[in-house]
Design a protein around this ligand. Sequence first.
Ligand SMILES: NC(=O)c1ccc[n+]([C@@H]2O[C@H](COP(=O)([O-])OP(=O)(O)OC[C@H]3O[C@@H](n4cnc5c(N)ncnc54)[C@H](O)[C@@H]3O)[C@@H](O)[C@H]2O)c1
Ligand SMILES: [Mg+2]
Length: 352
Amino acid sequence: MSLYCGIACRRKSFWCYRLLSTYVTKTRYLFELKEDDDACRKAHQTGAFYLFHNLAPLLQPSEHQHLPPQLCLLELEKLLGKFGQDTQRIEDSVLIGCSEQQEAWFALDLGLNSSSSAHASLPKPEMETELQGSFTELRKALYRLNVKEASLLTTAQALLRWHDAHQFCSRSGQPTKKNVAGSKRVCPSNKIIYYPQMAPVVITLVSDGTRCLLARQSSFPQGMYSALAGFCDIGETLEETVHREVAEEVGLEVERLQYSASQHWPFPNSSLMIACHAIVKPGQTEIQVNLKELEAAAWFSHEEVLAALKRKHPYAQQQDGTFPFWLPPKLAIAHQLIREWVENPTCPSLPA
Ligand SMILES: NC(=O)c1ccc[n+]([C@@H]2O[C@H](COP(=O)([O-])OP(=O)(O)OC[C@H]3O[C@@H](n4cnc5c(N)ncnc54)[C@H](O)[C@@H]3O)[C@@H](O)[C@H]2O)c1
Ligand SMILES: [Mg+2]
């Protein structure tokens, strides 16, 4: 689908109408909904709503998978009515995207019970029965969803969490007011605007040319190893964060940094994961683990990593009670970094 832009652009001596791509049209529509409360309220009428309860998305079992159902406005109003709620509650929803046909998508949490919220948490079991689904912890839900739905729900959760945690102005102490789309909050007394935030995190796969360095924190599931990750300190460039984190966590220096990709990560708070490859400085391969940050770190061979990627049920306990070495799931950017290295160990960010 594409639309003709109403604005004509002058080229040489004639007017031509620029054809806007579906993507540009969609982007402009979302921009309008974020800027204009009335337009966003209007979009509720034709939009679709994803439901959450205390930050857990609603999933319904379908044939071989689980799907997050979309409710139209009428269905949502009926549901709210059944639970004795005012339709005003719909204004708590946040805009999370739209379809190519400009059907706006919203997320609404009916289970948050923060002290500042004017609305009570609705009873989870009764809602689940009514909706024939279950509110599932997002980390677990991610494994049951396709990439598009997973991305939509992680955005939704991050935005809902941010609103829940930023209901007061840090300067005046007064309650802040969300715009209809949920792209910002404003303090009515001093007009300070608060925007949803993400913390930048660098994740680096360090290699010595033949092996890669993986580490685990005690909070990781048993047996799982990942690439080194760390939050950017204020004032740092990404490159400085990579050098500092690798030095802090495993006592090594790296060079030849290569950017790979980035990912929004909602756990435990919103982070922007920036993924890189790096090579350890020649002759510096002896790891000194910082035990305040990590439980263990080690060099893994190409064969070991390849075998771990192929493992079907990685987290199953073995007969001797130990857990096999396994790697983060496909949806995590760490998985992508490791896969790139396996495919091209000498120059990972280039196609093999
Ligand atoms: N998607 C992925 O593939 C993937 C893989 C690994 C890690 N991660 C994420 O990366 C994040 C950072 O990794 P890490 O835990 O190794 O970081 P880290 O090595 O910087 O250590 C965490 C510590 O940093 C401090 N810190 C500094 N700034 C912080 C901030 N803005 N928020 C929270 N703590 C801050 C805290 O003391 C915290 O305990 C984690 O939240 C983790 O979920 C994602
Ligand atoms: Mg770390």
